[in-house]
Design a binder for this molecule. Structure first.
Ligand SMILES: *Cc1c(COP(=O)(O)O)cnc(C)c1O
Length: 225
């Protein structure tokens, strides 16, 4: 069993060290603690330790635990890091503060409409399928600039940056470098990249948001799902 509070501080230290090596400010890298599959009881100690930024990959699962935790800790910042269906857009905009997975026109339109309807401004990232994997969500690298422009000019969406999940069997640095280049070409400053196994590398390549789950909460058990 991992102690999530000790693990959190170890991850924070590793982030600070990686940022220092890269001559960046420690607070230039935001840690999103990915709490998917973990319930409120597992999450609460991390909240008590002062952490406030969390990531979930499913709208439904987040709806089951975060409203209650938000009552206790109103300054929680919740990030959606998993694929989104347009019929969940309303709930996603209600529940989350930041969405990392804008990846096609239909979702961009649905989120724009909901942000307007709910009069709520969210932080937004466009997900790029840097490995061009057929089973993976994300816009193709070659279509990214055009898609970001469309989101900004036609939908007035405040896209802040790009997000990627590198293919598991490949060297992640190639994908982090590509995402950085694309963000520069788009004039975007934020980069959501890096997970438990590679967040230090992602920081070297300019990550502003790292999404770390198992290194904080322990290995996930999917058997009950
Ligand atoms: C689960 C998940 C993470 C965290 O993965 P770990 O390897 O547990 O750190 C990060 N990003 C996304 C999109 C995820 O689904």
């Amino acid at each position: 069993m991992i102690d999530p509070v000790a693990a959190l501080s170890a991850v924070n230290e590793a982030i600070a060290a990686a940022a220092r090596v890269d001559k960046r400010e420690t607070d230039a890298v935001e840690l999103i603690a990915v709490s998917k599959t973990y319930d409120a009881t597992a999450i609460r100690p991390v909240l008590e330790a002062g952490h406030r930024k969390f990531g979930e990959n499913r709208v439904q699962e987040a709806a089951g635990k975060w409203p209650e935790l938000r009552n206790e800790y109103p300054d929680i910042e919740l990030h959606l890091i998993g694929p989104l269906q347009s019929n969940k857009a309303r709930q996603a905009v209600e529940l989350f503060d930041v969405i990392h997975t804008i990846d096609r026109p239909k979702i961009a339109q649905a989120i724009a409409a909901e942000m307007k309807a709910q009069n709520k401004a969210l932080g937004l990232f466009v997900q790029v399928n840097t490995g061009e994997e057929p089973q993976k969500a994300g816009i193709a690298p070659s279509e990214t600039i055009e898609f970001v422009k469309m989101c900004q000019s036609e939908l007035a969406l405040p896209i802040g940056g790009l997000m990627c999940i590198p293919p598991v069997a490949e060297e992640p640095s190639v994908h982090f470098a590509l995402l950085g280049e694309l963000a520069r070409d788009c004039g975007l400053e934020k980069l959501s990249m890096g997970m438990s196994s590679d967040y230090d590398i992602a920081i070297k390549f300019g990550a502003t948001h790292v999404r770390v789950g198992s290194a904080i909460f322990g290995a996930r058990d999917y058997s009950g799902q």
